[in-house]
Design a protein around this ligand. Sequence first.
Ligand code: FMN
Length: 476
Amino acid sequence: MAYDDLREFLSTLEKEGQLLRITEPVLPEPDLAAAANAAGRIGDGAPALWFDNVKGFTDARVALNVHGSWANHALALGLPKHTPVKEQVEEFARRWDAFPVAPERREDAPWREHTQEGDDVDLFSVLPLFRLNDGDGGFYLDKAAVVSRDPEDPGHFGKQNVGTYRLQVVDRNRLAIQPVPVHDIALHLRKAEEKGEDLPVAITLGNDPVMAIVAGMPMGYDQSEYEMAGALRGAPAPIATAPLTGFDVPWGSEVVIEGVIESRKRQIEGPFGEFTGHYSGGRRMPVIRIDRVSHRTNPVFESLYLGMPWTECDYLVGPNTCVPLLKQLRAEFPEVQAVNAMYTHGLLAVISTRKRYGGFAKAVAMRAMTTPHGLGYVSTVIMVDEDVDPFDLPQVMWAMSSKVNAAGDVMILPNLPVVELAPAAQPAGLTSKMIIDATTPVHPDQRGNFSTPTKDLPEAKDWAAKLQRLLSETRG
Ligand SMILES: Cc1cc2nc3c(=O)[nH]c(=O)nc-3n(C[C@H](O)[C@H](O)[C@H](O)COP(=O)(O)O)c2cc1C
């Protein structure tokens, strides 16, 4: 099932019992964020949250926690809601192979219903803004997909980027944006600023669930998010032309905001509670001037709570971080079996691999640190043998506890790039990265006294089934 917009997905979530309508009156602060925060604390299967009775607003419609459980993530991909997470990642990886799927251009975008332009632009009249964490410096749009083009190659469809970057509302027609230097929009902005030019942007809010997944997905610089959305949806992604910038934007968005990142201007942005479970401080960030807002009647304001994991953000960026890393590594090292980069957006990754020769696992770990995402994130890599499942943490701990001899298996690589948000970086933006090689040494690496590993007995599988059957008979 491919959803063309957020509303279609919300109605499926409701049918599946995965959307909770909160009808009692709530305060915009702290209730909206506190409820979304709580959704991450009530165990798996948490629903999306819908609010339309928010005190102080006449017409607010707020959707939170839309991707905030494995059940909702499965439904976003059109899978049954009980699909185990490992199967979701495997299916995601299978669909990746259909890339690229050309998008379908449509004319009648629903967000064309209403327009504000120039001096009439007033975000406060369109969106029921509220703060997320109690130490945040202001209102944020943190689940938007921002479209920009390469100023040196604006006609290249693949280099047109669609990415999620947090946006602080600093005025009725101004936003501040946080482009992490390893991300594509930072490259676009650098090229524009070198020429002394503004960088046009189209910011799309309230998108179909696969658009939200690809906007936060670390693909190659010239790979199109729309063509990847088509592969993941199993149907071409519907796109439309934004009226002011002419950029390609999702057809089904609730709101499309167009304007420019003003060349070489910076202003204080933040603090903001981040995916690391820590606040970023206030820092000087680029500023966007909004020139046009297009929106549907009664737009749904989709937002996302993030902070101490797990939150919606962790579900949203879990599989979409694991799969690109897996594919990018396998392109050079077919021995790589699986990648679990679900922890703090892949600041830590667990990778299983077969080994060609001694030292191979460490080399694979170094490559993980130089993939598009690895450059700015992957800081600790735990390498495990091909028969260890990186998603099975007790197995990973077994490998760490029985295979690691720190003298030869722990490598510290000083002063490598990392997102400034990484709390342990020193200085911000640089860190020492670590490889823990928990694989069994192979020739010519002769370390250790590894004898033949024990394996589950061949008959254990049948016995497991038998024990389960007997147990259920006994328990009735
Ligand atoms: C909710 C959410 C918020 C994010 N905020 C930012 C941000 O403020 N700045 C940033 O550079 N990346 C942010 N990201 C991460 C990027 O969207 C993600 O790494 C993406 O792959 C970047 O793609 P790009 O390299 O194509 O720009 C965020 C992701 C999500 C899901």
